[in-house]
Design a protein around this ligand. Structure first.
Ligand code: GDP
Length: 539
């Protein structure tokens, strides 16, 4: 029996690929996602993901904010099958104001897919997301999109990736022309040509990759023309001399990114990406957790179940005003109805109604394996960072709060609703939608956000979900740090000295709020016994 479980476990775990897709807005993330889902048979026609987005917008109140601003606030999970592998694709919000959410999503993946617009090159949001990936050494595949447009030179794009993102770029395919003269790509490893055709247009050229006998094969000039053949030979020569050959070890360590060229809207280059993802991207990786004896690495193939909540999303089904906690399974097997220990609250809970997310539907989960993401209906018992296990107490680490950069004081239109306000803010803070600070010298609520759009979402959600009409007052705060110290006497004297600047956050951790970074830096200098933190591990 034992052996059966273990072999099923390794078979199932090893065929999981859980990855996040990241890009600057407009680079083509939605289009590429849709094509990936088409290949995986998860949707039948293009347009479905966008249509779904539009429908969500139309039916949900707080997502009005998204619709009005034309942005995507929420991120979602999509599961599909490809080449006998189970792919869990995690979308991330493109807008920088929701980068905390993106960070949390990226803690749940084993690798990432970065989409870059060939016309624009590396853009600001890509750079920020990349920094996040680097903090965890997440392996990254790169897709340079929109080769059907007159974009930047391919060498230029590679050096942009290397210099701006600080990672080696190893081309796996190489473009033959671009824009109007884009003919396709040369597959460097297989020595094969894939011909480009606009989606839906008939072409006399082969659809499958055509293997040639190296670049000196006389066929090459017949296939793509003498000029293009000469250019391709020169460029590949240059690459061989000065470029980085693909190195799987470096990719898995997050030091090198394999690069593919293509055009998502034309469905070109997408299949190679999926094939590569299945072939090279890591399956579920071991994760570090705090345990009774300190810290240990939890191997995905361990028999005991463990999972961590990395995201909570409200109103996925607006008809039910539901709240779904997304849990990444880190080890062991999930079975419907299983009982697990919820260590933070010290209780046993039964997981009877877990759901999984297909492209357009959600369905009940009977069982799930390491790498999978399941959704749990949450009635306030789960918060971000919670770890559930079947055995020893564990706490997966690495999901931080970032110190907020924008602040607002909340004011109630109707003072009789203060209880509802407090409840709403507590839950919204637990979801990670906002950070809430309670100053120690008065009873107000100060909200802290990494991006200002978060404030609009909170006002809309307080109204829709808690019946609270709240307003913001400007508040003269522009910087915050969490405070700790091993010197208790120093901490006490710091507290009495700085009383009017101190507040507790949603987890009762002490923070200092300051009107400027400059003032804060003076305080930091004056109090060497106190440690000031810009991030705080979620407890
Ligand atoms: P997102 O904001 O990153 O999700 O980007 P979208 O997928 O919504 O794409 C942004 C725009 O780029 C849309 O108008 C797409 O039709 C267009 N687009 C996506 N892929 C390609 C491509 O390969 N070539 C061209 N020319 N346009 C593309």
């Amino acid at each position: 029996m034992q052996t059966n479980i273990s072999s099923a476990m390794s078979r199932e775990a090893l065929r999981r690929r859980t990855f996040g897709i990241i890009s600057h807005p407009d680079a083509g993330k939605t289009t590429l996602t849709e094509k990936l889902l088409l290949f995986g048979g998860a949707i039948q026609m293009a347009g479905a993901v966008k249509a779904k987005k539009a429908q969500r917008h139309a039916t949900s109140d707080w997502m009005e904010v998204e619709r009005e601003r034309g942005i995507s606030v929420s991120s979602s999970v999509m599961k599909f099958t490809y080449a006998d592998h189970i792919i869990n694709l995690l979308d991330t919000p493109g807008h920088q104001d929701f980068s905390e959410d993106t960070y949390r999503v990226l803690t749940a993946v084993d690798s990432a897919l970065m989409v870059i617009d060939s016309v624009k090159g590396v853009e600001t949001q890509t750079r920020k997301l990349m920094e996040v990936c680097r903090m965890r050494d997440t392996p990254i595949l790169t897709f340079i999109n929109k080769l059907d447009r007159e974009g930047r030179d391919a060498f230029d794009l590679l050096s942009d990736i290397e210099q701006t993102l600080g990672i080696q770029a190893a081309p796996m395919t190489w473009p033959i022309g671009m824009g109007k003269s884009f003919q396709g790509v040369y597959d460097i490893e297989r020595q094969a040509i894939r011909f480009f055709a606009e989606d839906g247009k008939k072409t006399a050229r082969p659809k499958e990759a055509l293997v040639i006998n190296g670049l000196n094969d006389p066929q090459l000039a017949e296939l793509i023309g003498e000029d293009a053949a000469e250019q391709l030979r020169t460029e590949i020569d240059l690459l061989e001399g000065a470029g980085f050959p693909f190195d799987k070890e470096l990719y898995l360590k997050g030091k090198q990114t394999p690069v593919f060229f293509g055009s998502a809207v034309n469905n070109f280059g997408v299949q190679e990406l999926l094939d590569t993802l299945v072939r090279l991207a890591p399956g579920p990786i071991p994760r570090v957790a705090e345990c009774a004896t300190g810290e240990r690495v939890v191997n995905p193939l361990e028999e005991d179940f463990s999972g961590v909540v990395f995201k909570i999303q409200a109103n996925m089904d607006p008809a039910h005003r539901d709240r779904i906690a997304f849990m990444r399974i880190c080890s062991g097997r999930f079975e419907r109805g299983m009982k697990v220990k919820h260590h933070r609250i010290g209780k046993e809970v039964q997981l009877s109604r877990a759901i999984t997310f297909m492209a357009q539907d959600r369905e009940g989960v009977e069982d799930a394996w390491p790498g999978d993401i399941i959704g749990l209906h949450n009635h306030g018992t789960l918060k971000i960072g919670d770890t559930l296990t079947t055995s020893e107490p564990l706490k997966f680490t690495g999901i931080p709060n970032f110190s907020p950069e924008h602040f607002r004081r909340v004011q109630l239109a109707d003072p009789l609703r203060s209880k509802q306000l407090a409840k709403g803010l507590k839950q919204l803070a637990e979801e990670g939608a906002i950070q809430v600070f309670r100053p120690i010298t008065d009873s107000s609520h100060i909200l802290g956000a990494v991006g200002v759009l978060q404030f609009d979402v909170i006002i809309a959600r307080l109204k829709a979900e808690y019946g609270v009409i709240a307003l913001y007052e400007p508040c003269p705060i522009s910087a915050a740090r969490w405070i700790t110290s091993s010197d208790r006497a120093a901490l006490e004297s710091f507290k009495s000295d700085q009383q009017s600047n101190l507040a507790y956050d949603g987890d009762d951790c002490l923070a200092i709020l300051s009107s400027s970074e400059w003032r804060l830096s003076r305080i930091i200098e004056e109090w060497p016994q106190i440690t000031f933190h810009t991030t705080r591990e979620i407890r």
